[in-house]
Design a protein around this ligand. Sequence first.
Ligand code: FAD
Length: 457
Amino acid sequence: MTVSVVLYTSDLRVHDHPPLRAALEGAQEVLPVFVRDPAVDRAGFAAPNRLAFLADCLTDLDRGLRDRGGRLVVREGDTVSEVRALVRQTDADEVHMAAGVTAFARARESRLRRALEADGCRLYVHDGVVDVVPPGEVLPYGSDHFAVFTPYFKRWTAEPLRVPLAASRSVRVPSGVRSERIPRRTAVTGVSPALAVGGESEGRRLLGSWLADHVDTYQDRHDDLAGDVTSRLSPHLHFGTVSATEAVHRASGRGGPGAEAFVRQVCWRDFHHQVLAARPEAAGADYRPRQDRWRRGAGAEADLAAWREGRTGYPVVDAAMRQLAHEGWMHNRGRLITASFLVKTLYIDWREGARHFLSLLVDGDIANNQLNWQWVAGTGTDTRPQRVLNPVRQARRYDPDGSYVRRWVPELAGLEGPAVHEPWRLTGLDRASFDYPDPVVELSEGLARFREARSSS
Ligand code: FAD
């Protein structure tokens, strides 16, 4: 019997899975493996929301493989040692896996390749499993990556789109291979109360229903905070329970301005992946340094705590921060407003904000989190790095009747109309009717401080 191993990482699905397909074509038996590696946790993965979502994904992947006659083998330990042991036990000739984009993932691939080659086993790393267009596939003249989104999007759109693969009908797994118990979501503590359900079945259901019911209004309504009509596919794209290629394929097949706007948004994901692949240090260091001397000390600590806890006194900021804590997810417009507020209005280091987001976001990933934070901070790829979002104007525009704020800040639920966005303007009995903090800083003061700090950059 010939055997191939499929090493799952951020691609927890059976549909449109090139490594699984290649393994099945090249061997009589295939061993699908996921390794719970403590080094991945140390590299920033471990957050209760992501661990709980992962548990759902692994349970569902095992079910998907069992429906096809197979099963998932879960191991705990160093990825390279575990895969090597399984290769030796099953006498496998090949290991197939998806290419990653982080420095961590790439170092793991090289280590694995070296270890397997020493045992006479070949590692196949498949591009285009995690991304639609793999990093480095399209390049501008004279550079190793695109630093501006619009020209990248133009080239990305012109690339041929891989046709998604159907799920294989049958997966035959070698017998006698031990698996750890698949982790259970209920065993994870500290999970956000309204965390989404993970797994390929749920991801495919969500993709289908969203394309059928909402994609057509996406272009007009994607910034509507209360409407909440974006796809919410981000955790599924992050864990690979939905294939980005399949999502783009199906959206493009529908056509129309909503689908086009959605596809453009998915392209941002690949854009950040190709920046990080070329500049791995951008996960922690300024991509474009601006000589910032971020605020530190007791005042900054107190402001940071107020921001994290959703009590800055700016209702739309607080609403979004509370949504993050409650769901492990935040609307994109909320992410833009809260990040701009922390970095530009409070002038606190973007790394503090990124760390807090990563501790809660179910879709939290190094490329998209860190580089979006850098984009907002003006240290990244934004072509207008000094822009500052005014949270009151943003709130009036994207939450015009205040429903989003009232949903997440119950202290203000009794206020009607635009007053909900500026409660500090109320006086007397009106002001006494709710218990909500005054703003941590005046917007004009924050703006002046930021402009002064950046005037020399
Ligand atoms: P939709 O609007 O339905 O978009 C479809 C898909 O496109 C998303 O699921 C996502 O995969 C991709 N996408 C959309 N916008 C972006 C973007 N700006 N950058 C990269 N991909 C995008 N996204 C993450 O996936 N992980 C993160 O850790 C993350 N951190 C962020 C931090 C900040 C400060 C900001 C401003 C944005 C961040 N984003 C992150 C991007 C974006 O906010 C989320 O992808 C989006 O809100 C997810 O909701 P959705 O799936 O409904 O998106």
